[in-house]
Design a protein around this ligand. Structure first.
Ligand SMILES: C[S@@+](CC[C@H](N)C(=O)[O-])C[C@H]1O[C@@H](n2cnc3c(N)ncnc32)[C@H](O)[C@@H]1O
Length: 281
């Protein structure tokens, strides 16, 4: 069977099961099964699909039909210009979080001297490892509650040649993490508990601890806003990713006497998603 015929059949099948973006899913999965670049499939629709690749593709399609995120099936997710290994131990990094990392980089560029940053709730390590790659002098601490996620983040640090510059801390609170940092960046769990049962099967296959932010979704974010001023260098900043309406709420809870500069940023969809606070100094 050709690439084109295989894709047409698979797209129909995924659409019938209500899978979002069936074309992209089918293309990525077939490319992975054949061990070729996705764009090659588009450029060479008449390429024959070897029997072994077809068998692999069939297994991938079954997993996709069962609601597994594409990144778990592929085993990786691109994050800005690095490739991160992901599996069911960690949340799949989202496009908004690439924007968060960009804001963090913009802030780090304004700092002088030895640079240090904390990625709190590091998961796969995407944010912090991307920053460490971008800033060769950066000392990174990655804090995380889940031991399984820390194991994954360590694998990513090793894969990216960054292990020597990253300190991993297993914790559920910021208090024991040793600073001070120029920057604390976090994409904490921020989904309100009551919303979780209604999420899509794909999201529900990700770790619960990565999603559930408590009653109003702000448990971890609030703790960070409370403790971060004691962990930041003078003029250091906290940058958080949150959900719709939460960023504005969190901003209002940040005392101007502590946070000399504070603002929210919109994501590319126009949602106020990021909170930035810089302490005086
Ligand atoms: C939304 S995920 C973000 C993962 C990764 N930073 C990213 O952006 O893709 C939140 C992460 O915080 C971790 N986490 C949840 N509660 C925590 C807590 N109280 N302290 C530290 N980490 C926590 C979860 O295990 C998960 O890895």
């Amino acid at each position: 069977m050709t690439v084109s015929a295989t894709l047409t059949k698979a797209i129909k099948r995924l659409s019938a099961r209500g899978v979002e973006e069936p074309e992209l899913n089918a293309q990525w999965l077939l490319a992975s099964a054949m061990g070729v670049e996705r764009l090659r499939l588009l450029a060479e629709p008449d390429l024959p699909v070897p029997a072994a690749a077809l068998k692999k593709f069939e297994a991938y399609l079954k997993l996709k039909e069962q609601g597994l995120p594409l990144a778990y099936i592929l085993g990786w997710q691109d994050f800005r210009d690095i490739r991160i290994k992901v599996d069911k131990r960690v949340l799949v990094p989202r496009p908004e979080t690439e924007e968060l990392a960009g804001l963090a980089a913009d802030f780090l560029k304004t700092r002088k001297g030895e640079l240090s940053a904390l990625d709190y709730g590091a998961g796969s390590g995407a944010i912090g490892l991307w920053l460490a790659k971008k800033f060769p002098a950066l000392k990174l601490t990655a804090a995380e509650l889940s031991a399984k996620a820390i194991a994954c983040a360590k694998e990513n640090a090793a894969e990216l040649g960054l292990a020597a510059r990253v300190k991993f801390v297993r914790t559920g609170v910021l208090g024991p993490v040793r600073g001070p940092f120029d920057l604390i960046v976090s994409n904490p769990p921020y989904i309100p508990t009551r919303v979780i049962p209604g999420l899509s099967p794909e999201v529900l296959s990700e770790p619960h601890v990565a999603l559930d932010g408590g009653g109003d979704g702000l448990d971890v974010a609030r703790m960070l806003v409370d403790v971060a001023p004691r962990k930041l260098k003078k003029g250091g900043a906290l940058i958080l990713e949150l959900g719709g309406a939460q960023a504005v709420k969190m901003l209002a809870a940040m005392a101007p006497s502590i946070w000399g500069e504070k603002k929210t940023f919109k994501d590319l969809n126009g949602i106020e998603r990021f909170v930035y606070g810089r302490i005086n100094g």
